[in-house]
Design a protein around this ligand. Sequence first.
Ligand code: ATP
Ligand code: MG
Length: 310
Amino acid sequence: MNGSAAERRPRLVAVGGGKGGVGKTFVASNVATALAREGRTVIAVDGDLEGANLHTALGVASPRASLADYVAQREEDVAKLVVETPFANLGLIAATQAHLGAAQPAHFRRARLIQRLRTLPVDFVIVDLGAGMQHATLDYFLAADDGILVLTPEPTSVENAYGFLRAAFYRRMHLTLTSGLVRKLIAQAMDQRNEQGIRTPLDLVREVEARDPREARRFLHALHQLRPRLVVNEVGSAEEIKLGFAVKSVCMKYFGMNADYLGYVNRDVTARRAVVARQPLVTAQPDCDAAVYLGRIASKLAAGAAPEAS
Ligand SMILES: Nc1ncnc2c1ncn2[C@@H]1O[C@H](COP(=O)(O)OP(=O)(O)OP(=O)(O)O)[C@@H](O)[C@H]1O
Ligand SMILES: [Mg+2]
């Protein structure tokens, strides 16, 4: 691994999306591999403890260590959990060996885990998240420098992507604001039949502003740091490519979030073949369209601003 990376902290990237099966692991494994092929040092982390399969996507048969060791408090040093992959510059922290239904680490150990992932001496740490909107999943997404939201052009996926952003919005609010009064307001807003008539997350911010301008300012500051990066996967037509722009504008109008459309990937039979062959597509079929689009997404991500050294 590149020694110069040791002086700066890595970019922490989380890949989520609410809905199961939309291609989170596919995008995470391929973007990680594409960055490694460009010469960046990368550690891919499987944050899906219940459905761990990132190791298989990266062609690692049975990792000798895993996040389950951290959860069970057998190993505190996350650097010791990194295993090699078949690819230069790319390490893996797997999530295998977990007992059935293994829980995520408790909140404070999760915060410590995220802190430690930030000390790994590489350019990028890429966390593949599970489906759903558990607090653990949202916390990785909110803590990341880049939160990638994967969705597909299906109403169910779009609905879950909005649900995920809404949950992330409220989680951010819950973690940022301290006033008891405001917390009560949040709880009321989340009740669909709220009496305040709060309809959108931005209505809630206006309501908070009216009662406690300092709290509202603090929240808006935290909200502006949240910049979801959208990836539309399994695109089948030019029309479907536009979905990313539509979601971007809804993010601003409804959540006040400045989302960024990172790119799209076409639906491609070679994707499935690569998964069956337990290989990332960008190495199995580097010239196919989907691999080229994944490479573009990786380059665009790498071109984004690096986090400030802490
Ligand atoms: N662009 C694509 N074209 C064709 N098939 C794809 C594409 N992207 C993903 N797939 C297929 O969809 C399946 C599900 O992808 P993946 O496992 O990455 O989803 P996921 O969001 O990580 O699921 P989970 O929520 O279970 O973690 C994969 O087996 C893969 O073969
Ligand atoms: Mg997955």
